[in-house]
Design a protein around this ligand. Sequence first.
Ligand SMILES: [Zn+2]
Ligand SMILES: [Zn+2]
Length: 240
Amino acid sequence: MINIFNLLMYFIFPRTCACCGRNMPVNTVNNICEPCLKSLAKNDGLKCVVCSMPLKDGGEHCYDCRHSKIYFNFLKTPYVYTGKIKKLIHSFKYSNRLFLAKDLSKPVADLIIKENWDKETDMVIPVPLHFIKKFTRGYNQTALLAAEISKIIKKPLYENILMRSSYTKPQFGLNRKDRNENLQNSFSINKKHESFLKGKNILLIDDVATTCATANVCAELLKKSGAKKVLVIAIARTEL
Ligand SMILES: [Zn+2]
Ligand SMILES: [Zn+2]
């Protein structure tokens, strides 16, 4: 049923698709139109069985999963980081389009449910943003995403267990070893809440999985504090 107030609001401020700018149907709660949503690049082709990196030529594991120690159990994403989803995530992260948290968390939650990860999960934890970045940006987009996901799958959200301990130096220009060290020093577990992690299955939320190094460092810390399983979910996975 079309509510009169919504109808009036629609004519005054028609809701437009955050992706293509076309007017959205009256009374919709979404911010991305159906055609745009359908056209986003799905990560459903050949990919690494552990980290979901698209592998055009097939194969079980990507280079990183074959050659480095991976602490998370699996990482999955509904989309590949390219085209329209890249643009949407960018405007969610840097242009204050916080309302996209709901739209972007829906396909992520659908994948969690499809994989039965919702049943396994004991707690939802977002990858933290350093407080200086949070302060300058005003919000942690990953925490917003995690809050939506926690509501949909009805599992508790813990934002204060995994912490960003120091301002990460830009990763650019560092070699692989230094990059890892730089990352490792920038996360920590809040000792006050560490006991919560014993034997728990964690669903770790990230926005974009680029190298997976961040997810891996977080997973390492969570497991060393007693977590049983760390499943990582992000909106999109970058290609090689
Ligand atoms: Zn659209
Ligand atoms: Zn992999």
